[in-house]
Design a protein around this ligand. Structure first.
Ligand code: DAH
Length: 345
């Protein structure tokens, strides 16, 4: 009986040591120490022993159980630790994996250009004025020296809403509104960016909706040379110090005299190329001295006050500055296009 118990002990300990996981260990526990296990089974035979031997065997039985139990417990501890390590290993985060980039937005190129132009003029003491996009015929045309039936109204095909209301065709009505509010007193120094609308068929250079930035300065003794100096600063700051400007006589009903401003072509430096159509110059904006009729209609004394105005298209400026070949890119909002203009500084 003693031998049997000892060999069971050796057998159990051997198995315990070989156990590779907690489940297997538990099976061994049940098998050897359980009520139906071999140790219990052997001890059941104690009844047949002599009164002398019985307590000895009882003690041996307990010793064997205790020994198995002890080995079981220490093995259990080892296996539990291993299980935790395995779990940790499985769940570790690989910090060397590249992260998923967080995409930051950037301003629309047109917004950037408008802000750049605004900053430039704010730096010269201008303030920003705004006006409605649904405009009265009076401010869009009449107050700008374009009475009903004036042929120059045809230069700007309009979206009329009623006889007297339309989507503004330019930002010049903000001039008239600002002057009206000033009640005949200068100075005025504003720029006004905004959306305008014309009945044009959309193509690479036309859009039924686009932007304009209007400028207006009214004060005593404002001269054409002030206009020229201002435009020169604008052109050099926007397009580079080496740019030259030239003013060509033109016609706008709200200015007299009227001019169009060209800048020297950046591509060929003025020699002539296909961007400037061989002329060496690129047209940028319209401008002029505010027409006395416009001043008077807005309640200004045209003997005392003079002023200049200009109007430009930021899309055109952005197209020239960044080499964009189609105005529709600004409005179709393909992210491949709009993200080309840099992350927010
Ligand atoms: N309003 C004109 C246009 O849309 C642009 C313009 C030209 C504005 C001359 C002006 C100006 O203020 O003086 O074609």
């Amino acid at each position: 009986m003693e031998d049997k118990l000892r060999s069971l002990q050796t057998e159990a300990i051997e198995k315990i040591e070989k156990a590779s996981d907690l489940k297997e260990l538990n099976e061994i526990r049940v098998a050897y120490l359980g009520k139906k296990g071999p140790v219990t089974e052997v001890l059941k035979g104690m009844g047949k022993l002599s009164a002398e031997e019985r307590p000895k065997m009882g003690a041996l039985g307990n010793e064997v159980r205790g020994a198995i139990q002890e080995v079981l417990e220490s093995k259990q501890e080892i296996l539990e630790k291993e299980a935790v390590l395995k779990k940790l290993e499985k769940e570790t985060i690989d910090v060397t994996l590249p992260g998923r980039p967080v995409r930051t937005g950037n301003k629309h190129p047109l917004t950037k250009i408008v802000e750049e132009i605004e900053d430039l003029f704010i730096g010269m003491g201008y303030t920003i004025a705004e006006g409605p996009e649904v405009e009265k015929d009076y401010y869009n045309f009449e107050a700008l020296n374009l009475p009903k039936g004036h042929p120059a109204r045809d230069m700007q095909d309009s979206f009329y809403i009623t006889e007297e209301l339309l989507l503004r065709t330019h930002t010049s009505p903000v001039q008239a509104r600002t002057m009206n509010k000033a009640e005949g007193k200068g100075p005025i120094k504003i720029i006004c960016p905004g959306k305008v609308y014309r009945r044009d068929n959309d193509d690479a250079t036309h859009s039924h909706q686009f932007m304009q930035i209007e400028g207006l300065v009214i004060d005593e003794n404002i001269r054409m040379s002030d206009l020229k100096g201002t435009l020169q600063i604008f052109a050099k700051k926007m397009f580079g110090e080496e740019r030259e400007i030239r003013l060509r006589p033109s016609f706008f009903p709200f200015t007299e005299p009227s001019v169009e401003m060209d800048i020297s072509c950046k591509i060929c430096g003025g020699k002539g190329c296909n961007v400037c159509k061989g002329t060496g110059w690129i047209e940028i904006l319209g401008a002029g001295m505010v027409h006395p009729n416009v001043l008077e209609m807005a309640g200004f004394d045209s003997k005392k006050y003079t002023g200049f105005a200009f109007g430009m298209g930021p899309e055109r400026i952005a197209m020239l500055k960044y080499g964009i070949d189609d105005i529709r890119h600004f409005y179709t909002n393909d992210v491949r296009f709009v993200t080309q203009f840099g992350v927010e500084e």
